[in-house]
Design a protein around this ligand. Sequence first.
Ligand code: ZN
Length: 147
Amino acid sequence: MKQNGIYDMLGQLQASPNVYFLSEGMDFDSNQFNPQTKTITWNSRVGFYTDNLYEMSPVEVLNHEIDHALEYDTNPIQQKTYGGIKDPNYSNLEEKRVITGSEQETAQKLGKLKPGEVTRDNHGGSPYETTSPISTEPKWSCTPSKE
Ligand SMILES: [Zn+2]
């Protein structure tokens, strides 16, 4: 993350006097931040095809969850309030804040967005297994049989 210039939020979280935990997720849908346990659960081999056909690498998904944790750390009341306000496209206002904010910044810093492009404009997409935490290359490819 340091090498790719996307370490800011993790650095801020590490500088917090509060302790946060990073737990290895085992499922395709295990990526999340749990404020009760101050735990980010992250599957380091799961990327995300968004509804805008953008490919998020696992480390970008991690940065998304780190933003939720950082908001909880610095602005817990708003994090909870926003999380409880539904949004028709982004599930809730906390997701909208992260997706329209740091998720776009992270993608831009990685040089993956052309001007005017966004990773997605909703909270949707499909998880898939990647070859590494920093790759968007699918681990499995489907080749049609010749029969
Ligand atoms: Zn989120």
